[in-house]
Design a protein around this ligand. Structure first.
Ligand code: DX5
Ligand code: ZN
Length: 230
């Protein structure tokens, strides 16, 4: 189970301090929301911020590109220290070449899907990805309420993963609180991006531990497979 606080909800006047706080709180990944003011109606920060905070921690940097032209940003973010690079399925037929470029840069490949987009759109790519990010709010802003209608998408992604014996993470992003994280875990999610509900806490370490325990307890138990006859 991966707990990934989103830096979007941190104090932007103190990003280095906030990065250290997430590290000391034993977050698994640090989620970095990159918004270009075009794909989404907001602007966040660019590769320079990632470069500056990179030496402060060994945490996996999970870079979520909400950008219309990720092709011009992949190399700058990879060089700045991104470990995972997530692009959106809404980019259409540009997705395969973007995957290829992300891999060539040595990063792990993520695919994100917005709430209005049907889950069938990600199906052709499942064997090529390390993580599937299911947006549980419309992207652009932190602090929005979780959209419960996204839970069947998580269930479908988990069913495909099981049936095809794939290993991609099912990551949820938007409105994730202690309660909604549990609902997502029951549906099959195993990576939880949370901005407001984590960075807003004075006791970040305790909030992360609490979420990790709750989602671990809520996760569906996988039946052990019988040993193959030989
Ligand atoms: C939304 C971003 C999210 C955001 C989540 O556009 O992709 O990662 O930071 O923030 P909360 O947890 O506050 O909804
Ligand atoms: Zn995000």
């Amino acid at each position: 189970m991966i707990i990934a606080p989103s830096l979007l909800a941190a104090n932007f006047g103190q990003l280095a301090k906030e990065t250290r706080r997430a590290h000391q709180a034993k977050a698994d990944w640090l989620h970095l929301d990159i918004m270009d003011g075009h794909f989404v109606p907001n602007i966040s920060f660019g590769p320079e911020v990632v470069r500056v905070i990179r030496p402060l921690t060994k945490m996996t940097f999970d870079v979520h590109l909400m950008c219309s032209k990720p092709e011009i940003l992949l190399e700058p973010f990879a060089k700045a220290g991104a470990d995972n690079i997530i692009i959106h399925v809404e980019l259409g037929d540009r997705v395969p070449q973007l995957f290829w470029k992300i891999r060539a840069l040595g990063a792990r490949v993520g695919l994100a899907i917005n709430p209005p987009t049907a889950i069938a759109n990600v199906e052709p790519y499942l064997a090529q990805i390390d993580q599937l990010l299911i947006m549980t709010v419309n992207p652009g802003f932190g602090g929005q309420p979780f959209i419960h209608e996204m839970l069947p998408k998580i269930q479908q992604a988990a069913a495909w993963r099981r049936e095809r014996q794939l290993l991609y993470h099912i990551e949820v992003d938007g409105g994730i609180t202690q309660q909604t994280a549990v609902e997502c875990a029951r549906a099959g999610a195993d990576a939880f991006v949370s901005g407001t509900a984590l960075f807003g806490q004075r006791q970040l370490k305790r909030a992360i531990q609490k979420m990790r325990h709750a989602v671990t307890a809520a996760a569906p138990k996988i039946k052990p497979q019988p040993a193959p006859m030989c």
